[in-house]
Design a protein around this ligand. Structure first.
Ligand code: ZN
Length: 204
C-alpha cells in the first residue's frame, strides 16, 4: 500500500510539468522506476539543487546563481540599450545573431489574460523600476536610453509589447520594437538569425 502511495505521489508531481497529463506522467514514472533508477535519482538531485540555488538576476530578472548575472556585469556591453525578451531562450537567440551588444531584460513570461498571467506574474514591475532607477552616472540619469521590445510576434507577445510601450511613455527612454521581418505568430527562439538581425537593425 505504501509503494502505491509513493507512485501516485510521483505521478502527481510529474503532472506539474507543462503539457504533461496523467498518461504521460504515468509513463515517465514507470520508465524511471523500471529502467532508470540512477537517472531518477540524478533528476531528483538536480531539481533539488537548482530549486535551492537558482534565483533571478537583480538587474535583468533572468535565472542566475549569483545576485547579478554575468551578462549584466559584462563591461563591454552597451548600457544605454535594454532589449526586453520573454525568456532566456529568446535572449540566447538575440545573442547568437551577434548584432546586439546592449543589455537585456528577461520578463520570464508574457501577459496572457486567458491563462490568468497578469503584470504581477512576469517581471514588469522590476523592469519599470530598472528604467526609473537613477544610475551611477555623472548626469544622475538612468543609463538606459533605448528600450527595444523583442517580445515574440504572437498575440500575447504583441500585447505585452504594447503594455510596456504605454507604461514607458514619459519615462525618458526611447521605445522601439523589432521590425516586422519576423513572421507573425513566431517565437524568436525558432526564427533564423539573419531575420532577427535585420529586425533589430530595422527596429522603430
Ligand atoms: Zn542580469
Amino acid at each position: 500500500m505504501a509503494e502505491a502511495h509513493s507512485l501516485e505521489h510521483l505521478v502527481q508531481a510529474l503532472r506539474r510539468l507543462p503539457g504533461v497529463g496523467v498518461k504521460s506522467a504515468q509513463r515517465m514514472a514507470f520508465h524511471l522506476l523500471q529502467h532508470d533508477r540512477e537517472g531518477a535519482l540524478a533528476l531528483a538531485r538536480a531539481l533539488d539543487h537548482a530549486a535551492a540555488t537558482v534565483q533571478h538576476c537583480a538587474l535583468c530578472h533572468t535565472f542566475t546563481e549569483d545576485t547579478i548575472c554575468h551578462t549584466c556585469l559584462d563591461p563591454r556591453r552597451d548600457r544605454s540599450q535594454l532589449c526586453v525578451v520573454e525568456t532566456p531562450a529568446d535572449q540566447a537567440a538575440m545573442e547568437r545573431t551577434g548584432a546586439y551588444k546592449g543589455l537585456f531584460f528577461v520578463l520570464m513570461g508574457k501577459l496572457s489574460p486567458l491563462d490568468n498571467v497578469g503584470p504581477k506574474d512576469i517581471g514588469l514591475q522590476k523592469l519599470f523600476e530598472r528604467i526609473d532607477a537613477p544610475a551611477q552616472t555623472p548626469t544622475g540619469m538612468s543609463e538606459v536610453r533605448e528600450v527595444i521590445l523583442a517580445t515574440n510576434f504572437t498575440a500575447e507577445g504583441e500585447t505585452t509589447a504594447h503594455v510596456i510601450a504605454q507604461a514607458l511613455k514619459g519615462r525618458g527612454v526611447v521605445v522601439t520594437r523589432l521590425a516586422r521581418g519576423v513572421p507573425v505568430g513566431s517565437e524568436l527562439e525558432y526564427v533564423d538569425l539573419g531575420t532577427i538581425a535585420h529586425a533589430l537593425v530595422d527596429r522603430r
